[in-house]
Design a protein around this ligand. Sequence first.
Ligand SMILES: Nc1ncnc2c1ncn2[C@@H]1O[C@H](COP(=O)(O)OP(=O)(O)OP(=O)(O)O)[C@@H](O)[C@H]1O
Ligand SMILES: [Mg+2]
Length: 324
Amino acid sequence: MTVLLQAEGLVQQYTTARSMFGDTSSVRAVDGIDLQVREGEILGIVGESGSGKSTLGRMLLGLEAPFAGQVRWQGRPMPAPRTKEWRRLRAEMQLIYQDPLAALDRRLTIARQIAEPLEIHGLLQDDIHPRVDALMAQVGLRPDQADRYPHELSGGQRQRVVIARALASRPRFLVCDEPVSALDVSIQAQVVNLLRDLQEQQSLTMVFISHDLKVVRNICDRVAVMYLGRVVEEASSDEIFSDPRHPYTQALVSSIPKAGQGLGGRIILSGEPPNPAQRPSGCAFHPRCRFARPACATIEPALLPRDGRLAACLRLDEPQTSAA
Ligand SMILES: Nc1ncnc2c1ncn2[C@@H]1O[C@H](COP(=O)(O)OP(=O)(O)OP(=O)(O)O)[C@@H](O)[C@H]1O
Ligand SMILES: [Mg+2]
């Protein structure tokens, strides 16, 4: 198992103006993450809105410099954003995000959009046409769509164009940030399957960010669960979905609608959704945790091997009596 990418003590802190008098406040969007991305895997990142998933994704690509900690790419520190060294590395790493229309230039035809990164990477004009054709075929676009403009395509087709563009530079690593959540439910599965096929064919490494746990279960090999800027549980996809251990993961997994079943057995999360501006003391999840005890308000659990996997919960250190 080779580690392609590694986050070490990664922190991102944003300072924002609070009032017209120049007061500032800061939030920690990512608050100390240690994570390894293994070559050839699809690593899922899940968690509620505001848990820091996109921030983590941008830092893994070196698009944002961390406030503290570092990202290593193949063992070497990630170069600072937008430096020459970083630009060279960028061909190997691509971001696919939610809104394909925002990622595309509405004035350019589909063929031009896909040709652009090939030109930037110095491919000869004669070689560009066949490569554009091949990329379009690879993502399931028809040749007659080459001369269309983005607004003339469906959302799913647009996302295929974005994927073709991302693949043009022959990347090794993709961050897909909610890549299908803006798409019609009926075509989400097609785009997810396309990503999975491409990953297999080209042995890509992927970080797949999504709040749709069904999609994550479908596509990911491993999953990291985030809560308020930290990873609270990390395990294989099978373990996370069939036997979640952290109370937060249990709540998330129980909220996945099951075929032919209502919401029976669903754990409803009580309390306020997480707000990084008001991080609770101790375990950040304790105000919403059904197992919380006084110690949870004071002791911060580290992400440690517990009960056969990585989890950050004090309860898992104790001998289990009647679970749940
Ligand atoms: N550029 C920024 N400046 C200030 N605060 C930011 C910035 N980017 C993100 N944040 C804050 O950091 C926290 C984490 O944001 P992030 O976008 O990473 O969450 P997320 O898990 O991707 O959420 P979602 O599921 O809604 O996409 C949020 O509270 C957000 O408001
Ligand atoms: Mg996000």
